[in-house]
Design a protein around this ligand. Structure first.
Ligand SMILES: NC(=O)c1ccc[n+]([C@@H]2O[C@H](COP(=O)([O-])OP(=O)(O)OC[C@H]3O[C@@H](n4cnc5c(N)ncnc54)[C@H](OP(=O)(O)O)[C@@H]3O)[C@@H](O)[C@H]2O)c1
Length: 310
């Protein structure tokens, strides 16, 4: 496994983080059983992954906590999140963190995130809720303050753009992939300037792991006038990537495309499948795709913002 310094946190983290939410929720969404989920976390740890992302909303904190029991607390980084959409207040933040800590069986979290923040809610969260996050940091219950975007609704990262002047985040979870590269201009210049640590979600998701979903997503971009159909083979839009590189699959290419994007620190990978976990670890430790392929992907999707790869 390769490691990087995680922006202004100074943490030394693996370039691959295990995402314990997403469509798979470490196998919980497919009812693969708790033992399988715990084994996914342990296998990741044994492979050198030291970054684990979960959230109260994923209902995987308990399993992550069980899997990490007995492991030296200084040797891994836990990121979890507070939901706010149904109800939020300073008291609910404190209560939410206490409940997360109990489920994780830990006495602090490394990164505590506001979960899925939309631009419409950012000013209220900054003024009414973030002061409690700062207090919790001062009390040592959280080490760093993070945010995750609501990428499916905020496909061009308006929340991040709005928040840059306040410089409040230590860590940001950003949607970025081959099909939506808008973070390159909208987000990464700002995070690089403020040395905000960046973790990537949606690197693969469904559109880059399922050929029929890929065709659908590309058709959506054609319909939106954001890609030129003359530049694609509609039946196999990313076929050239496999033909012109050593990538073993579109998933392999998609993770590598994200890992080497300037401004990216950690790429999250979410799976409940042990074979997928191993191949994703291999992918994220491989060298970059050939520059010609990367440039072609940048060119083809330069105006694409209508899809997230969901
Ligand atoms: N707003 C938010 O806060 C937010 C939103 C989304 C995600 N997240 C976080 O980001 C993490 C990553 O999310 P993501 O879902 O976007 O992850 P991802 O790694 O881009 O995609 C995961 C999907 O790809 C499939 N997959 C993974 N490896 C594969 C392989 N080698 N071959 C074929 N299919 C493969 C998984 O299914 P299998 O189980 O079958 O492998 C799953 O359906 C989440 O776990 C969560 O921690 C946060």
């Amino acid at each position: 496994m390769d490691y990087v310094t995680f922006g202004r946190t100074g943490l030394n983290v693996s370039v691959m983080g295990l995402g314990c939410g997403g469509p798979s929720r470490i196998g919980q969404s497919a009812d693969k059983g708790d033992a399988n989920s715990i084994a996914i976390v342990r296998t990741a740890l044994d492979a050198g992954i030291n970054f684990f992302d979960t959230a109260e909303a994923y209902r995987t904190e308990t399993l992550v906590g069980q899997a990490l029991q007995g492991v030296d607390r200084d040797s891994f980084v836990i990121s979890t999140k507070k939901s706010y959409r149904s109800e939020i207040s300073p008291a609910l933040v404190r209560q939410g963190l206490e409940e997360s800590l109990k489920r994780l069986q830990m006495d602090y979290v490394d990164i505590y995130n506001l979960h899925g923040v939309g631009p419409q809610d950012y000013p209220m969260l900054r003024d009414e809720i973030l002061p409690t996050f700062f207090q919790l940091r001062d009390e040592g219950k959280i080490r760093f303050i993070g945010v995750s975007e609501m990428f499916n609704e905020d496909k061009e990262h308006q929340m991040m753009v709005d928040s840059f002047p306040d410089d409040v985040w230590d860590v940001a979870m950003i949607g970025f992939n081959i099909l939506n590269q808008t973070a390159r201009t909208q987000v990464f210049p700002g995070t690089i300037k403020q040395n905000i640590a960046v973790q990537i979600m949606f690197a693969v998701r469904r559109a880059l792991s399922q050929p029929d979903k890929l065709r659908e997503a590309v058709q959506q971009l054609v319909d939106a006038g954001q890609v030129d159909p003359a530049e694609f083979d509609a039946a196999d839009p990313l076929g050239f990537v496999l033909a012109e590189s050593d990538a073993t699959s579109i998933v392999d290419a998609a993770y590598r495309f994200c890992r080497y994007e300037p401004g990216v620190h950690v790429v999250l990978s979410g799976t409940g499948n042990p074979a997928h976990l191993q191949s994703n670890i291999d992918s994220l430790c491989k060298p970059p795709l050939p520059d010609g392929v990367v440039q072609k992907l940048r060119h083809l999707f330069r105006n694409a913002s209508a899809v997230t790869g969901q």
